[in-house]
Design a protein around this ligand. Structure first.
Ligand code: UD1
Ligand code: CA
Length: 474
């Protein structure tokens, strides 16, 4: 049986009070709509998934473009029923095959980021194994406020869905809710969708009316009851968004722990959905691991560190309060505390980057040491180079960025100022406090500083002079 998935993502989401389309708000490090597409991919190939866009359509489509799905536009947000109707043409495809009884149309809403692919498989199978015109996922909520209520007939089939705004007082007290996740027989959906009328207080075309419409036409609509209501959470407000974010991160931390990652005080860490971590790595409290970050085995990420879209090989130690973005750290290297790596910094195996060291767009070879207070920007630093405390690459001349090259085994004394473009040869020494403006050949010593002057007995002489208080002795 073929399944086409239609995901509704055209609404603004007024209750978010945002300029941004609701489905573009993030939970667990991904937009809500991306989570829904990930779940949908479990039941359908990308070219059988259609997202209906409207508010900020181009932004929503750009976010989903890498996933290769289809799009249909809803020009005016006239309700969920109208949104599905807008997807009809794209669903049918060139050969119209999705209108056959052997095809299902699953409808999902773009604001349910906790939905799992496993639940969609259950929905697909429940529909495939039945003679029903549609199956819809229900659950019971202690507080069903805002959800459509599901009315069952005496045989346990769905008779109708009543939106909260249309509920009688008695209906409002019902706890069985519509999750907004449905699987329709394609031919019946398309045949009857035109019967939805905007006869409700909101004047919208409600997809939920399909339950009553199909029943009225003599078909059966069956409920599929799901125990874990959290998975069905529909996000309408920022308070609910925070709930979803927390649940996704709890789920992620739980998965990682099951796979062999130690997480201390997991309730304090934020790990994005896409992050990957190898076994026996230890994640300390109050860390944030974001984006497409990948961390190897037996690493330790110490408290307060933030790692975004970066790759850490095995046995890397990130000491407390370090910031790492878009960078790469090789096996056995140590970074921090209070270090910053950014813009394609590459830290070689067993290198040490210590406190208050910033590395930007630079490559540090094997065993390089830069332990304290340095700025290394646009630099290529060979194996075993030692960078003294306070060393700065002057990579910017006010207009352009320039490169610094330091050959393997060189020793850069403390507080060196390396004015780029500059090249320092292998195994050379740069004296402490030097300003280096000319190239340094291999195995040389470069000094670029004023000579020290010592005036002996200066203090004694100063005391003897009558004007001593205002003028120093010569
Ligand atoms: C909807 C259901 C309700 C269900 C709840 C579950 C309807 C009428 N009501 O209510 O029964 O309990 O979800 O979470 O379906 N959208 C469009 N175009 C539109 C309107 C909405 O694409 O014209 C999209 C929105 O972007 C959103 C989704 O449809 O992703 C659901 O819309 P929303 O306004 O959140 O519906 P609810 O009021 O939550
Ligand atoms: Ca909703």
């Amino acid at each position: 049986m073929n399944t086409t998935v239609v995901i509704l993502a055209a609404g603004l989401g007024t209750r978010m009070r945002s300029k941004r389309a609701k489905v573009l708000h993030c939970a667990g490090g991904l937009t809500m709509i991306e989570h829904v597409v990930t779940a949908a991919r479990v039941v359908a190939p990308a070219d059988r998934i259609v997202a209906v866009t409207g508010h900020q359509a181009s932004e929503v489509e750009a976010t989903l473009a890498p996933r290769g799905i289809q799009f249909a536009r809803q020009s005016q947000q006239k309700g969920t029923g109208n949104a599905v109707a807008c997807a009809r043409e794209v669903c049918a495809g060139p050969d119209g095959d999705t209108n056959l009884p052997a095809t299902n149309v699953m409808v999902l809403y773009g604001d349910t980021p906790l939905l799992s692919g496993a639940t969609l498989l259950r929905l697909r199978d429940a529909q495939a194994d039945s003679d029903a015109a549609a199956t819809l996922i229900t659950t019971t909520l202690a507080d069903p406020t805002g959800y459509g209520r599901v009315l069952l007939d005496e045989t346990g089939n769905v008779r109708a869905i009543v939106e909260e705004k249309s509920c009688t007082a008695e209906q409002r007290s019902l706890k069985l809710i519509n999750s907004g996740i449905y699987c329709f027989r394609a031919d019946l959906l398309w045949k009857h969708i035109g019967e939805i009328a905007p006869a409700n207080p909101a004047g919208e075309y409600y997809l939920t009316d399909m339950a009553e419409i199909l029943t009225r036409n003599g078909y059966r609509v069956q409920p599929l009851y799901i125990e874990d209501a959290r998975e069905l959470l529909g996000i309408n407000t920022r308070v609910e968004l925070a709930d979803a974010d927390r649940l996704l991160r709890e789920r992620k931390a739980h998965e990682l722990m099951v796979e062999g990652v130690t997480i201390e005080r997991p309730e304090t860490v934020s790990i994005d959905t896409q992050v990957r971590i190898g076994p026996d790595t230890i994640i300390e409290p109050f860390t944030r691991l974001l984006g497409n970050t990948e961390i190897g085995e037996e690493c330790r990420i110490c408290a307060g560190s933030i790692i975004e879209s970066s790759v850490l090989a095995d046995r890397v130690l990130i000491k407390p309060y370090s910031l790492i973005a878009d960078s790469r750290v090789e096996a056995g290297a140590q970074v921090g505390p209070f270090a910053r790596l950014r813009m394609s910094a590459q830290i070689g195996p067993f290198a040490r980057v210590g406190n208050f060291v910033e590395v930007k767009n630079s490559r540090l070879g094997t065993g390089v040491k830069s332990q304290h207070l340095a700025y290394l920007g646009d630099a290529e630093i060979g194996d075993r180079v030692n960078i003294g405390a306070g060393t700065i690459t002057c990579n910017f001349d006010g207009e352009k960025k320039h490169e610094t090259k330091i050959g393997a085994g060189a020793f850069i004394g403390s507080n060196a100022t390396l004015v780029a473009p500059i090249e320092i040869g292998e195994e050379s020494y740069v004296g402490a406090g030097s300003v280096i403006t000319d190239p340094v050949p291999v195995q040389s010593l470069a000094l670029g500083r004023g000579r020290q002057v010592v005036k002996t007995d200066w203090v004694e002489k100063r005391k003897k002079k009558p004007e001593a208080k205002t003028q120093a002795p010569e």
